[in-house]
Every structure is written in C-alpha cells, then in structure tokens.
Write a protein that binds this ligand. Structure first.
Ligand code: ATP
Length: 326
C-alpha cells in the first residue's frame, strides 16, 4: 500500500495548500485533460453538496477524493460518472461537454469511457460471476464469454467464475466488480470506497489491481474515507461540506508532468464553514480505524492554515499501526 513517492518530504510545505487563494481554471478545452470540471455545484434546496468546484484530471492520473461523511464525495463521483448532472457549472470528458450530449451520446460515454466500481458491489444475485461480467458486455450488444472469463482470470477469479455472488467472499465479489468494470476497456475507472467492506488482505489485492490498471495507463478516480487507500493515489483532493479543503500530491513526478502540461490546482470559489475541518473529522477517523489525526497538514478553507509541515505520510503509517494492533 505504501507509495514510495510519498516519502519524499522535500516539498512537504507545499503538500496541502489553501487553494482558495488560487485563480480559477481557464477554459481548458483541448489542453489534454481527460476530465474537466468548471465551477461545478450540486445544490439541494439550501444544501450545496458540491460547491463551485473546478478540477482537471489528465489521462492516466490516479486521483483520490477524500473527506468526511457528507462532504460531497459521492455526489461528485456521480456527476463525474454521468449518473447525475450538476446544478451549475460544466463537466467535460475528453473535450466533450456533457451538457451538450444527447441521450445516446451520454449512454456511449457511460458504457465506453467510464468503468464503475462500488463498495456495495451491485452484483446480480442470481447470476454467476462470469454472467455478471457479461451483463456489462450485454449493454454493448456483444456478449463474449471467453472475454468475460479472461477478465475474471485477470483479477484472479478464473476458478470461481461459475459461483453465485452469495458463494463468494466480499473481496472476491469486489474483484468481480472490477472485472465487470474492465470489460469495456474504460478510460476512467471510478471507484467509490472500493475497499470499504474488505479486510486488509483483500484490500491489498484490490489496490494491487488498481495499481496494475494505472500502470497500463487507465485514469483512476477513487472516492475514499481511508487515508491509506488515498495515499496510493498520485494526487488527493479533500472535500469539506462540498468545498475543496485541500490538495496534496503523493507523486512529485506526476505533479511535475501535470504542471508542465498546464494543469492547475483544483479550485473552489466557495468557503466551507469554519468549524468543519478535514482529517480530524471523527467520522473519518472511525472509518480508518484509528483515532482522530491532528495537524495532518491540511489547510482548512476559510480558516488559518493548519501546519503544512506535518508529514502526512507518517500520520497515515501511524493510523495503520493502530489499526494493525488494536
Ligand atoms: N438527493 C439528495 N437530496 C438531498 N440531499 C442530498 C442528496 N444526495 C446527497 N445529499 C446531501 O449532500 C451531502 C453530500 O452527500 P454525499 O453522499 O455526496 O457525501 P459523501 O461525502 O459521499 O458521504 P459518505 O462518505 O457518508 O458517503 C450530504 O449532506 C447529503 O445528505
């Protein structure tokens, strides 16, 4: 799980910065970004689940979206995954502005560009593992059992292909979901708490699969409460009440490439309430199995900067130690 790049502390004072001071994104069409969110908000009545967020993600990047419960992670993922539309702002994938696409073009993006992996699996209970993978092919009008078997073999489940979900462990079910997400060779894997229900051994297997995909050039966006899972990503953004609370790079080389191609930090036009803070949120601490982490190098939007010099990586290791020993 450890990404050695995260051990580089040379730029630690830059790891988490208050992005509210940064200029918003320019219209970045044609700049090589696979995903572009421009001033995106999702508003329910008085509640801004996502609040004026701008973000670009280049092809091949591994991004983690972190934040405590209710911070807007799933809402944002649903918008990126074309399962929901923003109240304001625009989303573009591969230079195509989603609001301009017709129904069939949107369906095309959902089927061909995006692969979804959920914590709750959403496997069809009366279909076998291989049939569940073939469901994804079915939407493509090309059902090929040999291909579905190959996808299951890739996730180490060749021997379990004819079992029902109820006959598979949680980790195996999640691997079926990954095989299902892979079957159409998506450009982006969107994973919402992909290891949320798994024990440590299966968490490692799933993270290893995501790492393999990333090495093959797939863009990966993971929504997670878990600082350890997030640390596997090259870049993390933190949400707090729908607002960007911080941005952190775990891979200096990826950051350099991103900046060289004109990539800008994520940006929020709105400010989160002063009381809401990032990594020391008790909900998050509960989900990571440790105690609240103080001073983790996050800058709270609208508040004074928390010590940016804290080595977040070490904090994550501490949380892991606590989890392993208690
Ligand atoms: N359809 C909806 N109608 C009204 N409010 C909603 C709706 N969907 C989400 N919300 C609210 O938007 C906020 C963000 O929810 P979201 O599910 O995106 O958070 P989250 O960070 O994914 O939380 P968790 O980690 O607990 O899943 C929450 O306050 C939630 O209650």
């Amino acid at each position: 799980m450890v990404n050695d790049n995260t051990r580089n502390t040379e730029n630690e004072e830059n790891d988490m910065t208050d992005r509210t001071q940064t200029e918003p994104l320019d219209d970045a069409a044609g700049n090589g970004m696979l995903l572009e969110l421009d001033h995106v908000s999702k508003i329910y009545g008085d509640l801004h689940a996502v609040d004026d967020l701008s973000l670009t993600v280049p092809r091949g990047q591994w991004l983690a979206i972190v934040g405590s419960s209710g911070s807007g992670k799933t809402t944002l993922m649903n918008i990126i995954g074309c399962m929901d539309t923003p109240t304001r702002g625009t989303v573009s994938i591969d230079g195509r502005r989603l609001a301009n696409l017709g129904e069939s073009q949107m369906a095309d993006v959902r089927k061909n560009v995006i692969g979804l992996v959920f914590q709750k699996f959403y496997l069809v209970p009366y279909l076998t593992a291989v049939e569940n993978v073939m469901v994804a092919q079915y939407y493509h009008s090309v059902v090929d059992e040999a291909e579905a078997m190959e996808a299951l073999r890739k996730v180490g489940l060749g021997e379990r292909a004819h079992h029902l979900p109820s006959q598979l462990s949680g980790g195996e079910q999640q691997r079926v979901c990954i095989a299902r997400a892979l079957i159409n060779c998506p450009e982006i894997i969107l994973a919402d708490e992909p290891t949320g229900n798994l024990d440590e051994a299966n968490e490692k297997i799933v993270l290893g699969l995501l790492r393999d995909l990333h090495e093959q050039g797939t863009t990966i966006i993971v929504v997670t409460h878990d600082a350890l899972v997030a640390s596997c990503a090259q870049r993390e953004i933190m949400l707090n009440h729908g607002v960007l609370a911080g941005e952190k790079w775990n891979d200096d080389e990826a950051r350099r490439r991103y900046e060289e191609m004109g990539g800008r930090p994520a940006f929020s036009g709105a400010h989160a309430p002063e009381t809401a803070v990032g990594f020391d949120d008790p909900t998050k601490a509960a989900k990571t199995g440790g105690e609240a982490v103080d001073g983790a190098g996050v800058s709270a939007v609208g508040g004074a900067a928390v010590s940016a010099a804290a080595d977040l990586r070490d904090e994550m290791e501490t949380v892991k130690e606590r989890r392993n020993h208690g």
